[in-house]
Design a protein around this ligand. Structure first.
Ligand code: GDP
Ligand code: MG
Length: 249
């Protein structure tokens, strides 16, 4: 589909990423250069002045050759991945679609481009597209075994506790219709790594279709999610999301 009339505001949330983003950001700029109406915003999630300066140098170094790249947005405190994504989405500039992609290039720029090309054309009901790491024939998903296993346990927990047949709620690439997001945004509370679970639940409960799209994924070293500590927090968040949802129904 041609997306010349579609606008996408794509946020790259970054916590201490100046070393890892250097390879990915230029690729991302190149990948979206052929797509109309896509803009990229890097959000620095309160990593401190040195990191912010290093990140600013990366972004400003690229902006002359990448007109779609907005100036760096620097948060004065660390809000967590969800907080950083939502802070970026607040600057949507009227875009029809809001998106985010992880800074480390685990999901390659060509997959970002592919997902954007799959967006429904204007006029048809807008569905959210969630990338999903499905180990299946025809796709390449390379992850450490322990991460893959933990990811499967978490996804099963999410699916069972919330009664939503999702395969992978945590993949770091998602596109959401802005109107659907704005409808649910006032009720969103999770700003950490489980924010996508709450977002997905709210979108579905609000009547927005969410479609999972299998993508290629190549885990990049240097991930900062601490498996035990963060998984525990994320599980607690899923519990809270379930309780809040029960109260509302
Ligand atoms: N760890 C962490 N990541 C954040 C935070 N805010 C934004 N992010 C971003 O969330 C994305 C996923 O993080 P990453 O470390 O790649 O996760 P992992 O590969 O699952 O360990 C990256 O783009 C991070 O920079 C934060 O407060 N903590
Ligand atoms: Mg990662």
């Amino acid at each position: 589909m041609s997306i010349t009339s579609t606008s996408v505001h794509l946020v790259v949330p970054c916590f201490r990423e100046s070393a890892r983003i250097g390879a990915f950001l230029p690729e991302l700029c190149r990948a979206v250069s052929g797509l109309g109406g896509v803009r990229i915003q890097v959000v620095e999630d309160g990593s401190g002045p040195e990191e912010a300066a290093a990140m600013n140098a990366v972004v400003e170094g690229l902006r002359p050759s990448c007109p779609r790249l907005l100036p760096l947005k620097v948060l004065s405190e660390n809000l967590g991945k969800g907080g950083a994504v939502y802070a970026g989405w607040a600057d949507h500039g009227g875009a029809q679609w809001l998106g985010f992609v992880d800074a480390d290039g685990s999901c390659a720029a060509r997959e970002v481009e592919r997902l954007i090309r799959l967006l429904p054309p204007s006029g048809s009901p807008p569905s959210a597209l969630f990338a999903s790491r499905v180990k299946m024939l025809g796709r390449r998903v390379e992850r450490l075994l322990k991460r893959h296993l933990l990811g499967r346990v978490y996804a099963t927990l999410v699916s069972e506790m919330l009664d939503i047949p999702v395969y992978d709620s945590q993949c770091g690439l998602k596109l959401v219709p802005r109107t659907a997001f704005e409808k649910v945004a006032p009720g969103l509370q999770v700003t950490g790594f489980a924010f996508d679970v709450e977002l997905m639940t709210a979108l579905l409960d609000g009547g927005c279709e969410v479609v999972e799209v299998p993508v290629d994924w190549h885990e990049t070293p240097g991930g900062k999610v601490r498996l035990l500590r963060d998984s525990w927090r994320m599980a607690l968040d899923v519990w809270r999301i379930r309780q809040a949802r029960r109260k509302d129904s």
